[in-house]
Design a binder for this molecule. Structure first.
Ligand SMILES: Cc1cc2nc3c(=O)[nH]c(=O)nc-3n(C[C@H](O)[C@H](O)[C@H](O)COP(=O)(O)O)c2cc1C
Length: 316
């Protein structure tokens, strides 16, 4: 059994792990080795402003170390603008999204939508070879509708040199629920010649240890919802002694999140309030139910902050 600790990557979660979250997280918590932006994509031939603003904010906040921009593309001609823009911002790593399960994008062969079409994936990957100064990684599911789809892609993926392949062992049809298919994960992962990152449903340190023990070939784990729920998780895994004063660390983190949104948001207070409320879909499973409901019903930021403080102080 491996005895060393495996690196943890923060999964990209559109709407959650934006520049402000990544900044506040890094300021108050530790233990994450790499961060990935939610995906960039073209809309009517242009890069969407929202995503550009987000990465520019990371640059302004001085928070780009270990940050890997992600793009979602299906046609070779979409790559140029996205890659040249990302390069001009100073990045030399790019993650390719072949896992997104949104039907609107899948219909255009984007995200997991490309997985049932080996010839399309092959053409796309071949077209990336010319960007020799960029180190690509790939984040993918096992398939669109059948987990076996990935097995037909092994030879194509192995032709290409990826920094790592992140595997979320579900099909797009499963969305983010249902069982992960660890049997196909193992078969697929061991056929690939690249470093493998496991991603899916990790919520505690025991699971990280179990995955590393059961699949010693993995080079990192990527965690999304589990870190949103418990932002201490990577620190808990990295540290041998228990973390003191978690409540005030969380409140300081929350304060940085809120004040940074207020400082950089283009909308007003009520937009920031709505944004903050969305995090409570995931934050702190042991947070008192009553205070969570009050947070979601709060009408002003002042009211909202009061319920957050009362709730955190009241946690076991
Ligand atoms: C709300 C939401 C947004 C997501 N956005 C992205 C994204 O932009 N890019 C991506 O590769 N995956 C995205 N994912 C998938 C996650 O990165 C991750 O693969 C998935 O949540 C499984 O990992 P977890 O169980 O640790 O959360 C998203 C998932 C959720 C729930």
């Amino acid at each position: 059994m491996p005895t060393d600790r495996i690196p943890i990557y923060l999964a990209p979660l559109q709407g959650f792990t934006d520049a402000v979250f990544r900044y506040a997280f890094q300021k108050h918590f530790g233990g994450v080795k790499k961060f990935f932006t939610p995906f960039f994509r073209l809309e009517d031939g242009e890069i969407r402003r929202r995503e550009l603003r987000d990465i520019e904010l990371s640059i302004r906040l001085g928070n780009v170390e270990n940050l890997v921009p992600q793009i979602i593309i299906s046609e070779p001609n979409e790559a140029d603008l996205l890659i040249s823009t990302i390069k001009s911002l100073g990045f030399n790593r790019i993650d390719i999204n072949c896992g997104c399960p949104y039907p609107l994008l899948n219909r255009k062969f984007k995200g997991a939508g490309i997985l049932p079409y080996p010839e399309k994936l092959s053409a796309l990957l071949d077209s990336l070879a010319k960007y020799s100064d960029i180190r690509f990684s790939l984040k993918m599911r096992l398939g669109m509708t059948s987990p076996d789809e990935c097995l037909a892609l092994v030879e194509i993926i192995n032709r290409f040199s990826f920094e790592h392949i992140t595997i979320h062992p579900r099909t797009a049809k499963q969305n983010y629920g249902g069982e992960v298919d660890l049997e196909v994960f193992k078969r697929f992962a061991t056929l690939l010649k690249h470093p493998i990152v496991y991603n899916g449903d990790i919520i505690d340190t025991q699971q990280i240890n179990d995955y590393y023990q059961n699949y010693p070939f993995i080079s990192a784990v990527m965690i999304g919802r589990g870190i949103l729920a418990n932002p201490f998780l990577p620190m808990e895994y990295a540290e041998t002694s228990s973390i003191q004063d978690k409540k005030s660390i969380f409140l300081d983190f929350h304060n940085t999140l809120l004040t940074t949104y207020l400082k950089y948001s283009e909308g007003g207070e009520s937009q920031v309030l709505d944004k903050m409320k969305t995090f409570w879909e995931y934050f702190l499973p042991t947070f008192p139910h009553k205070n969570r409901k009050q947070i979601l019903k709060s009408r002003t930021l002042h009211e909202y902050e009061g319920f957050v403080i009362i709730g955190v102080r009241g946690m076991d």
